[in-house]
Design a protein around this ligand. Structure first.
Ligand SMILES: [Zn+2]
Length: 483
């Protein structure tokens, strides 16, 4: 049996019924099911496969793994027609985008990205090919390399799905796609950018199951978790989470709001975009086109008498001023800043012309964070830290007798990593620190004082996670290089 024949059977007959062939199929003619298929279903599958197959009960996890395995293996073919066509002919492009092979290919790519729990998917036309990559656990992975000839058809299909103007290829466009995968509906933000070799299209997946996790499961060391839990139960003041894009700040803040959302307080957020919808919380989406900026949203929020406010990000002086004023007038305010470490958040606010006295009296604490990739538990093996690695990390190898490494397996896509874990640095403003800050001290002085009071740095937390076998030396270096 040809593998090409198996593909439609797999996508249309087996997957919807929760059935997957074993790895050795078709030589080993066994099918695993999650729920016993009825007699007609079995007969139909046997008839279409044209052979005897054995049906067996499988573990849900194992059937899911096999489904992903076959999806990765059975890439649909796109006719790489040599025919050239006028790319300005929009009607033709629309027809092309509605053809079954193109639809199948795009659906296949979206589903593969979901299988890998990607956060975004990138369609990148190059001179001779169309690269489809996705970001998994913060790192880009090549999903598929297609012929450059199909680039326009795929771009048109994505634009059609996002209800964008197919004919507009010279200006960037933004849209949304809702994609149904099984019983889940995925919400994606789409942006197009005209490049030299065609339109580059990025889909950002908004509805991700890993966003709604509780604070306890993010990887905070227990002492930081305890201190942070105290901090977020203060009646008013400002709490900042800092780090570059993709460092898990949003997840931490959602976890924080979930934690304190008991129903007895009014909570409002202004975000760009709203990534995850929470029960009992009013969430506003920033919209620059109609003038709804963070500052404008925040000004309106305050008039709605909230107890807790989340401002997605403080980017400018105006937002910073309103946020601080709110924190000083009885509101608990959460926000993020793009700084490398906790102490630098103070100087960033100073740079936005915020009075040092206002900073020291409003800010309760700052948490800096990053995400390191977690070693895959299915293929991890004990190893020793090598001398060279110890040197790069600036530690003694004998302090790290048993660290772990993933050897690569199917569950982690041969990367040796699966999922991520946060590393944290929590700076809590003591009276002494408030004094240091109100004098206009720079980040080094603030950091030195915080360390004196027992703060542990991001690097120290990352090294502890290395010692515990949660991540690798490479990840520690990659993620904490700048701190
Ligand atoms: Zn693995």
């Amino acid at each position: 049996m040809e593998i090409e024949v198996l593909r439609p059977i797999f996508t249309q007959l087996l997957t919807p019924h929760g059935i997957a062939p074993v790895e050795g199929f078709p030589e080993e003619p066994r099918l695993l099911f999650k729920q016993t298929p009825n007699i007609e279903e079995r007969a139909k599958i046997r008839f279409i496969l044209g052979r005897q197959v054995k049906f067996e009960q499988g573990q849900e996890d194992e059937v899911n793994r096999l489904t992903k395995h076959w999806r990765a293996k059975l890439t649909p073919q796109l006719e790489n027609s040599t025919e050239t066509f006028d790319e300005q002919d929009n009607e033709y492009l629309e027809d092309l985008a509605s053809e079954a092979p193109v639809i199948r290919m795009v659906n296949h790519l979206l589903e593969r990205a979901m299988d890998l729990s990607a956060s975004d998917i990138h369609f990148e036309p190059e001179e001779n090919c169309l690269k489809v990559r996705c970001r998994v656990d913060g790192v880009m992975l090549l999903l598929e390399q297609l012929s450059q000839k199909v680039s326009a058809a795929i771009a048109s299909r994505l634009k059609l799905m996002a209800r964008l103007d197919i004919g507009e290829k010279r200006l960037p466009q933004d849209g949304r796609i809702q994609y149904k995968l099984g019983h889940r509906t995925l919400d994606m933000r789409v942006s197009t950018l005209p490049g030299v070799h065609g339109e580059s299209i990025v889909l950002r997946i908004l509805d991700r199951s890993d966003v709604g996790v509780s604070l306890e499961h993010l990887g905070m060391p227990s002492d930081i978790l305890t201190a942070y839990n105290d901090l977020i139960r203060q009646p008013f003041g400002m709490i900042l989470v800092t780090g570059p894009t993709g460092s898990g700040k949003t997840t931490s803040l959602y976890g924080t709001l979930e934690k304190i959302n008991t129903g007895s307080q009014k909570m409002i957020t202004v975000e760009d975009p709203v990534e995850y919808q929470m029960q009992g919380i009013t969430q506003i989406h920033v919209n620059a086109k109609i003038g709804l900026s963070f500052a404008a949203g925040l000004r309106s929020i305050v008039r709605q008498d909230p107890d807790v406010i989340l401002v997605g990000e403080i980017r400018d002086q105006e937002t910073a001023e309103i946020a601080i004023e709110s924190a000083l007038t009885g509101h608990l305010v959460f926000s993020t800043l793009h700084t490398n470490d906790a102490a630098s958040a103070i100087t960033r606010l100073q740079d936005m012309n915020i009075d040092t006295y206002l900073i020291s009296s409003s800010v309760l604490g700052i948490m800096a964070q990053r995400l390191v990739r977690r070693i895959c538990s299915h293929c991890s093996a004990d190893v020793a830290l090598e001398e060279g690695e110890a040197k790069i990390l600036g530690v003694r190898a004998e302090d790290y007798p048993l660290i772990k490494r993933g050897t690569g397996c199917e569950r982690c896509g041969q990367t040796g990593y699966r999922g991520r874990v946060g590393i944290y640095e929590l700076l809590i403003l003591s009276d002494e620190l408030r004094h240091v800050i109100s004098q206009g001290s720079d980040a080094n002085v603030i950091r030195a004082q915080a360390l004196k009071e027992g703060m542990r740095t991001l690097r120290q937390d990352a090294l502890e996670k290395l010692q515990q076998g949660m991540t690798t030396p490479e990840e520690v270096v990659r993620v904490t290089r700048a701190v």
